[in-house]
Write a protein that binds this ligand. Sequence first.
Ligand SMILES: C[S@@+](CC[C@H](N)C(=O)[O-])C[C@H]1O[C@@H](n2cnc3c(N)ncnc32)[C@H](O)[C@@H]1O
Length: 396
Amino acid sequence: MSDPSEVVYGDLTFTDTHPALTSAIAALRGLHTPAVEHARILELGCGTGFNLLAIAESLPSATCTGIDLSPSHIRRASETATAIGARNVEFHCLSIADYHPPANSFDYIIAHGLYSWVPPAIRESILSLIRHALAPNGVAYVSYNTLPGWHVRSIIRDGLRFFSHTPSPRRSFDLLAQSLLTPNSIYAQALNAEWADVNQQPDYYLAHEYLVPNCEPFYFSAFNAAAAAHGLQFLAEARFFTNSFAQNENTLAHLDRPGDDLIRREQHLDWLVGRYFRQSLLCHAEIPLLDDPDQSTILDRTIALTAESSDDPFTQQVIDQLAPVTVLPAAELDLPGPLLVPLLWNGWRAELWQVRTDTPAIQPGAALSPLARLQAAAGPTYTNPLHRPQKIGVRH
Ligand SMILES: C[S@@+](CC[C@H](N)C(=O)[O-])C[C@H]1O[C@@H](n2cnc3c(N)ncnc32)[C@H](O)[C@@H]1O
């Protein structure tokens, strides 16, 4: 097959990268980030730009900059920006290693699907760029593949690369998976379970995730050490329910005791769940952070509904209050104060709603945004105002 790095990536958006969500998580640890509405946002390795374009559309007074090495990705990003009339976003075709913005020039920096997939020197460039360009109270999002979960996935990667000289590494590997000589072995079971999942993915994803020359998973503790060497520290995970501090009682009982080092607790959790992917938030190392998250900050946030119902009657009361309007300041919810914070915390963990620092403009039945119209025309999903993929014809 041809060079996998040259396969054009999909037009994807990633909910957890949105600054209105990452800033709400940062506040739990006492970091008060710049207001997202006027933020300066940088996306590194932005691919075809759809994630940044959707963020730019949702925050029209923010200024957004996207960087990518691939001319075809940046061409598609710039053409799409023109097609949808986006005025607050610009794209540049260059390597992160050659990008030298002024110090403190971005409030939020996003690097999704990049850190594990570039050579070691570029990984260093990513972290030193974040340290240099991130505002003193800014937040950086970095996703990467993690161990121990990726040990199993590595079998698939190595196998696909073994067949990279064939016209279709996917078909060759599939044939192998069906012909294993010891089908009851642990090897065969692990390989088949993992392959059933990976084989669902589109060709461009297989090319960029599994077939490219660089794809390195890290233990969380190693990633954290690399960040620390660049004057950065771990804030939290961008997907709320995956944080060690957001676990239920059952999981907490297995983790190191509260008060123990957060980094160790996070690493311990990865061992418990066999984690293979992280979306870590970083900030400057000098910032004093709370060890125990301040749950009461939820009361200053906007709650944006993402679920339709709950078995729990109190939770259903919240859903009923949100349902007609979809977004509401938490303080305006009509429930007794002592109940509200734990209820909002648990619903956040169950992904019944988002907790945001902005108030997205959502009117039920409103026309789709220009980017969403373009996505809807290509189908089968578009990015809704909560930065979530939405099936065409289904309400927000
Ligand atoms: C796996 S794709 C991810 C794209 C997008 N962020 C996403 O997650 O959908 C990795 C992207 O990083 C870009 N890239 C790789 N090395 C780079 C570098 N040194 N500087 C800038 N971009 C780079 C590639 O061109 C590609 O678009």
